[in-house]
Every structure is written in C-alpha cells, then in structure tokens.
Design a protein around this ligand. Structure first.
Ligand code: ADP
Ligand code: GLC
Length: 479
C-alpha cells in the first residue's frame, strides 16, 4: 500500500509534543510491515540538516495558492525504511518557532499550514507517487482530506483519506480571509464544513471531508463525542461516529527503552530492575536533591498547558512536600505563570524539589528512568505517551482517569498488589493530593506491591505492532 503521511512535526527533526513521536514511529511501523510510506513536513530553520543528513532533493517546485504561485524547494532524508520529505519555504518556515514565539501564535499560521498541506500534495504529484491513502494529522494538515475529496488536482484517482485527531483542543480557527489562498470553495463555507461561528475551522472542514477519522485512544474517541470532550465539534463527531476509530498510540521501543536508553547511566530491564537505582541517583544529583535511595521520588515532564493539569499539581505540591516524605522533579515549559511557579521549586524546597524550565530530551529520559512515580493529572489526555514510557521504565504512573490514561493504566488493587498505577477521577487538587498520598504510603508500607506493579508495567506491550495493524485495516477499508 502507498501512504502519504503529512505532519507538522516529526521526531527527531522537530518536536513540541507527542504528535512528533507518533509521526515518526507510525510511518516506521508501517514500513516495517512492508508498506511504502512517504512522510512530509516543513523544513523549519531550527532543523539540523547535517545531523539528520537532510539533502536537497528538488530545487524548485510550484504550487497554486489561490491566485498566486508559491515556489519552494524540497529536501529529503531516509530513515528506518521511510522517506522523509521537507518543504523549504523561507517566507513561512525560516522563523525561530514552529507555531509561535513567546509573544504568541504567528498571525499567518492559517497561510503557513494551508501552503504546507498543498505543497505536500503537490510533491506527491511531482514524484508521480499516487497514494492509496493520504493520512493527515491535526488541524495543521486537516485540509488534506478536503483537497483529496474536492480538488481535482489532488484526488489521486480516488485515494482514501484519514485524519487523526491528536488533540481536539487545537482546531485551527481563523478568519475567512484565508479561504481564497487556501483554495477553500465558497460553497464549503457553511456549518457542515468549515464555517464555525462565522469564522473558518480547519479541523472541522477536515473532519467533515475525511474518509475515516481516527483519534489516539478508544476512551478519547468516546469523550470527544460529548459536549465536554468535543470542544464544540461533538455533534459532527457523533454524526460521523461509524467512521471514527480510537486507535491507541504505540511507543517507539528503540528510543524509549530502559534496556537500550543511551541517556541513562545504567541500562536495566525487568530482570535487572535493581539497576534502576543508578538513574534515580543521577536524577537526584542533577536536581540537587538529597541523595537518598529510599525516598519516594515523583516526576513530571510535559508542556505547561492547561490540558496537563498543572493547576492541580501546583495546588497540591506544597501540601505534598509539607506532609509527606517525598522528592519532586518537574521538567517542562510553556505557560509563563506556570514557568515562574515551578521554576522556584528548588528555592522554596532545597534538597527536596527541583525543576528544569525548558525542553530537554535527555532530562525527559532521565526522569522516566530515575523517578519512582510519574504524575499526569491531565484535565484531558487524548492518549499520552509519558505514562506508557513510564510503565516501560518501571516508573509507576499517577494519573487522572481520562482519555488514553484511562486506557493504559490499571488501577492499583491493595488486596493483592495488582495493577500498574494510581488513578483518580475528579479534577480536584484534593483528589491528586490523596492519590499521591496513596502512592507514598504504598511505597513505604508495601514495597512488595510496588515491585509487583513495576514489573507488571514493564511487561505490558505498547509497541506499535498492534496499532499499526489497526491503521492498516482502516486503510484497506478505504482503498
Ligand atoms: P502532548 O503531545 O500532549 O504534549 P504526550 O504525552 O503525548 O503529550 O507527549 C509528550 C512528549 O513530549 C513526550 O515525548 C515528552 O517526553 C515530550 N516533552 C514534553 N515536554 C518536554 C520537555 N520540556 N522536555 C523534554 N521532552 C518533553
Ligand atoms: C497530543 C495529545 C497527547 C497524544 C499526542 C500524540 O498532543 O495531547 O495526549 O499522546 O498528541 O497522539
């Protein structure tokens, strides 16, 4: 099968979150199954071309955007059986950020990603690559299914289209001024397609056009069909429910694997789990925490966005540090108020808590390996990768029971020590405090249960094999 895969971020080239991880590991898993995948993303100026051996491929290519022609170039690299193409267009992608700067979103994001999406489809034509499936991801490439369905230039002899929702909190809502440039026909500017309270909604039009819609966990697929989870799109999603599939993300077990991880001081597996302590000691050193093997250490890594429940964590952490014998490390960046709040953790709690405000792949790996517990108090979580990484590293997740967290973590059962993590339901500081307390008391009072949960987590299989098969099944239904 021939698959054209479009994404605004692909790891390791450029990443702001889990979308990049999935956009690298799903194509790779499909290629391993013998499918032909061409993945396309923008060539942001932050991408290290030498490091990733990204070479010039097509010096000048042209795509029609409304009444104008945009001329750009294409670059390419290959890895793990996948061809990765990069659209270079300095007007839009020669900037410090991917979507924004600290001052806010780029005001021309609608233009940038409409261009990227059309340029990616144009590339497929220029390569004479007639895909069976065009697979788009999130609002940035959500116009692809629309073009495949309604634009003769990009219908590829009736290719099927799939649109994956990684996060319905971001829909790409813009003014109608971009319509002409984005080649959205006036007859599709009404409520069944792009129109949304008088403006234009990229994701909405994409969802209305796509052959199949997927999202990244079965529970989230149900949640987005309700008024709370659907962020205004629940009626459309309910209407399309027979074409909406929740497929749990996998994880790249070459990259996130304690037995192979190159960022940690000593590799370990379920059989050698006692060696996990070396990562804990290193983590304590790096964050200037007291170096004690037997203190429960909690970690958080992630975007400082409202979705991630940092209001709950911020509200609970002071009480937790006051009342319990624990250590805390936080790695992340985003919302500036949260950056200030968590940035002062070590000042307020020397030797017991520390933070790194910024993006660090290395620290993310070290926290996954070195912490005893990983906290994810998300308000909503389409899938979440960190809890799966944690389970793989024998680090017990403490999560709110939502979306993919609900699907991947099995709650602890005190009577027999079964389960893989600690779960709570309410979006409430007290619920998080109590659940951390439950984890802490288990850590000190029932270490045999902790060990049992760690091993149970490590034995789970979150590799892409099964999920990639599910995507293939969908693709076959469309082609
Ligand atoms: P989301 O996509 O909503 O951000 P996921 O759990 O799916 O959430 O994926 C987050 C990914 O981004 C993980 O690989 C995580 O380690 C990484 N990540 C997020 N923030 C940081 C950071 N500050 N430093 C390093 N990695 C980070
Ligand atoms: C999103 C979601 C996250 C998911 C990721 C990859 O950004 O917030 O839950 O794991 O996409 O699908």
């Amino acid at each position: 099968m021939k698959i054209l895969f479009l994404s605004s971020e692909i790891a390791p080239f450029a990443k702001t979150g889990g979308l990049a991880d999935v956009s690298s590991s799903l194509p790779k898993a499909l290629a391993e199954k013998g499918e032909t995948v061409k993945a396309v993303m923008p060539l942001y100026s932050s991408i290290d071309r030498d490091k990733h051996k990204i070479e010039p491929f097509m010096e000048s290519a042209c795509v029609h955007m409304g009444n104008c022609e945009e001329w750009y170039s294409v670059h390419k690299t290959e890895a793990d059986g996948v061809e990765f193409y990069f659209i270079e267009f300095s007007k839009y992608f020669n900037r410090p950020g991917i979507y924004h700067t600290p001052a806010g979103e780029y005001p021309d994001n609608a233009y940038r990603f409409a261009f990227f999406t059309r340029a990616a489809l144009q590339l497929s034509r220029d390569l004479n690559f007639i895909p069976d499936i065009v697979h788009a991801n999130d609002w940035q490439t959500a116009l692809a299914p629309y073009y495949v369905r309604f634009d003769d230039a990009f219908s590829f002899d009736g290719a099927g289209s799939v649109l994956t929702i990684h996060n319905i909190g971001y829909q790409g809502k813009f003014g109608a001024d971009v319509m002409e440039y984005a080649a959205i026909k006036p007859e599709h500017f009404y409520h069944e397609y792009f129109e949304d309270f008088g403006g234009l909604n990229f994701l909405k039009g994409g969802l209305a056009s796509a052959g199949k819609i997927t999202t990244v966990s079965p529970t989230y697929a149900r949640e987005i069909q309700g008024p709370i989870g659907g962020s205004g799109l629940h009626l459309l999603l309910e209407y399309r429910r027979y074409d909406l599939h929740g497929i749990l993300n996998g994880i790249d077990t070459d990259v996130w694997n304690p037995a192979k991880d190159t960022y940690i001081p000593k590799n370990y597996s379920a059989e050698t789990i006692d060696d996990k302590i070396h990562s804990k000691r290193e983590l304590q050193k790096r964050f200037h925490l007291e170096e004690k093997d037997n203190t429960a250490l909690f970690g958080f890594v992630g975007r400082f966005a409202a979705q991630k429940g940092l209001d709950l964590l911020g509200g609970a952490i002071e009480d937790v540090l006051r009342d319990m014998e624990v250590q805390f490390v936080v790695v992340g960046s985003g919302d500036s108020e949260m950056e200030r709040h968590f940035g002062s953790l070590s000042e307020n709690h020397p030797w017991r808590a520390g933070s790194y405000i910024g993006y660090s792949e290395e620290l993310a790996h070290l926290v996954e390996a070195g912490a005893d517990f990983f906290v994810m108090p998300s308000h909503y979580e389409p899938c979440g990768l960190n809890q799966m990484y944690s389970l793989n590293y024998g680090t017990i997740p403490v999560v709110r029971n939502t979306g993919g967290l609900a699907d991947t973590v099995v709650n602890y059962n005190e009577t027999d020590g079964s389960g893989t993590g600690f779960k709570f339901n309410n979006i409430d500081t007290r619920a998080l405090y109590d659940t951390i307390g439950w984890a802490v008391s288990t850590y000190y009072d029932r270490p045999d249960h902790i060990k049992k949960m760690q091993i149970a987590g490590m034995e789970q299989d979150f590799s892409w094999d099964r999920s990639a098969e599910e995507y293939l099944r969908l693709y076959r239904m469309l082609s």
